[in-house]
Design a protein around this ligand. Sequence first.
Ligand code: RB5
Length: 150
Amino acid sequence: MRLALGADHAGYELKEELKDFLKQKEIDYYDFGTYDTRSTDYSDWGIKVAETVAKGEFERGILICGTGLGMCLTANKVPGIRATPCYGIFSARLSRQHNNSNILVLAGRITGKDLAKQIVEEWLEAEFKGGRHKRRVDKITKIENKYLRE
Ligand code: RB5
């Protein structure tokens, strides 16, 4: 699996930490930025990762801002994206099993590095369960399609 990574200044340090972790696990990624701790707008990075995942250029993505909220709001504006803010292992697992999350959103100012690594591991390993969960996720897609213009 190839991952798209993105963060604002508040997520930068955690992103760098996770890159080392992904390298150790031999998981391929591309870092869409930001590349330092200068103040920046989460929406600029969130859209890059969300668009590349929605286009199928990357299977999944990880976005990090201070709380995880701004990135989540941004990414979920892109049709086809199911970005889930995860603060613990249980939500990381269920975000895959039940919600078919394709972007994991982390909180650089809340979640410690070791927990974040466990969350990433869980999120990477858990599989979508389908069945009644597919029906529910399909309903979200239907809502999305209702509001799509062009
Ligand atoms: C940046 O200060 C902060 O607002 C941002 O990282 C994020 O938490 C927004 O939701």
